[in-house]
Design a protein around this ligand. Structure first.
Ligand SMILES: C[S@@+](CC[C@H](N)C(=O)[O-])C[C@H]1O[C@@H](n2cnc3c(N)ncnc32)[C@H](O)[C@@H]1O
Length: 214
């Protein structure tokens, strides 16, 4: 582990983030804890929570991390990542307008989320909003998900750690999971895969690749 997990709590087989905000974002349970709040993080609703339920060795988040988050949707996972980096920033890029409206609302309530309505592929259109990210998290159900990831890590050399959600069925319906996984790992340029975690039973046909520059 390279980061600081002081805002992550593992208790009675459940995981939680410590938050400064006491309002539920997607119906998750919240309780008061010391000066802040304990927010339950549901591994069925969030692939990052599923990963951390299964594998805690890769945790690059620190108090001040700047996270480029591609495929932010309405902010379910973004809200927990924002809890993990209270002095940092989460740049949430989302293509669809409807989930983006909820993300926008979330960002108004919190100080460290920058919502960006854009196609993650169009870096030249949103690069000005993103300041030297050190972590990338990508969860995009597109056939070219590996190429979207490669383009971003090439563009921002400051990125040191990455999470890539591989949605096998978005890449191909007919090919075998292990073939798609192997080709995707081989297709990543500029980062090394440290861990490959199958997210079942929380998310089927979905793998999380945990990556770093060295
Ligand atoms: C599975 S959802 C993400 C869920 C989210 N990561 C979470 O855990 O809360 C995938 C999201 O990627 C978005 N998306 C798909 N293609 C995209 C693109 N090219 N650029 C940005 N977002 C995209 C979709 O609109 C969708 O909201």
């Amino acid at each position: 582990m390279v980061g600081n997990a002081s805002r992550l709590v593992l208790r009675k087989n459940s995981i939680f983030t410590i938050s400064d905000y006491g309002k539920s974002v997607y119906g998750e349970k919240i309780s008061k804890e010391g000066q802040g709040y304990l927010r339950q993080w549901n591994p069925k609703r969030s692939k990052l929570a599923a990963l951390l339920t299964k594998e805690t060795r890769f945790f690059p988040f620190t108090e001040n991390s700047k996270v480029l988050y591609l495929g932010a949707a309405s902010g379910t996972t973004v809200s927990h990542v924002a809890d993990l980096v209270p002095g940092g920033t989460v740049y949430g890029v989302e293509l669809s307008y409807v989930p983006f409206l909820k993300l926008l609302e979330l960002s108004e309530a919190r100080g460290n989320i920058i919502p960006i309505l854009e196609d993650a592929r169009a870096l030249e259109r949103y690069q000005f909003f993103v300041d030297s990210p050190d972590i990338i998290y990508q969860d995009i159900s597109q056939r070219d998900q590996v190429s979207i990831f490669n383009q971003a890590i090439k563009f921002w050399p400051t990125i040191r750690y990455g999470f890539l959600v591989l949605k096998i069925r978005s890449i191909s319906f007919s090919r075998k999971d292990n073939e798609i996984l192997r080709d995707s790992v081989q297709g990543i340029k500029g980062m090394k895969v440290k861990y490959t975690v199958d997210l079942k039973p929380f998310h089927m046909n979905t793998f999380m690749l945990c990556l770093s520059r060295q």
